[in-house]
Design a protein around this ligand. Structure first.
Ligand code: DX5
Ligand code: ZN
Length: 217
């Protein structure tokens, strides 16, 4: 079953709880939590206290995307009974294997994210140790950017490696996902689609969620 993870970065922050509840009632599998530190990426978003305040959304799990330096120091803050994945960036981790084990030591699933310019070979040695690979299809930092087309091939190559090696990590795609490319991404091998502006920028958010669901069938 393919999953949909609305990114709260594009939500109306003055009504964050309300909007999180809306998408969780209309078919969101995860709330995608984009955490930015103003160092690894040129933007600052929100932290664990904001995520934990969304306690009215019982039906969904958190998928935490840490775009931060020194992730090891902050992982524990994001561990809750609703946290399914904590994802760290290969480019921000000097000791990636250790950082992935650190996430798992808290009983949550560990993911690794790759920027658009980072080749798959950079995570080859840890593929057996991850539960999820997040393929960034825009440069991290902001919502509402254009999908980088080369990401589609990257997802296909990653899916091929996964089947050749007999591994079962999930493939998540993040950035510029729309109802126009959702089907192609699923066919390429993506399991989880992160969608920010295409959901929260819609006039009718539940209707847009349904459109995504149809494309993902
Ligand atoms: C970007 C974030 C994304 C972003 C996606 O750094 O990781 O999750 O919110 O937003 P859209 O879907 O608008 O590209
Ligand atoms: Zn993200």
């Amino acid at each position: 079953m393919k999953k949909l993870a609305p990114s709260l970065l594009s939500a109306d922050f003055s009504r964050l709880g309300e909007q999180a509840e809306l998408v969780s009632k209309h078919g969101a599998d995860y709330l995608h939590i984009d955490v930015m530190d103003g160092h690894f990426v040129p933007n600052i978003s929100y932290g664990a206290s904001v995520m934990k305040s969304l306690n009215n959304c019982d039906t969904v799990k958190y998928d935490v995307h840490l775009m931060i330096e020194n992730a090891d120091d902050y992982v524990e803050d994001f561990v809750t009974d609703k946290t399914e994945y904590i994802v760290i960036h290969q480019e921000a981790c000097l000791h990636l294997y250790r950082s992935l084990q650190n996430i798992k030591s808290f009983g949550v699933k560990a993911g690794v994210a790759l920027n658009p310019a980072t080749p798959l070979c950079m995570i080859e040695e840890v593929l057996a140790d991850v539960d999820l690979v997040l393929v960034m299809s825009v440069e991290p930092g902001f919502g509402g950017q254009k999908f980088i087309e080369a990401s589609l091939e990257k997802i296909k190559r990653l899916a091929k490696i996964r089947s050749e090696k007999g591994l079962n990590f999930k493939i998540e795609v993040d950035g510029g996902v729309s109802t126009q490319n959702a089907k192609k991404l699923i066919e390429a091998g993506a399991d989880i689609l992160v969608v920010g502006s295409a959901v929260f920028g819609a006039d009718d958010i539940p209707a847009r969620m349904n459109e995504f669901r149809k494309e993902m069938e």
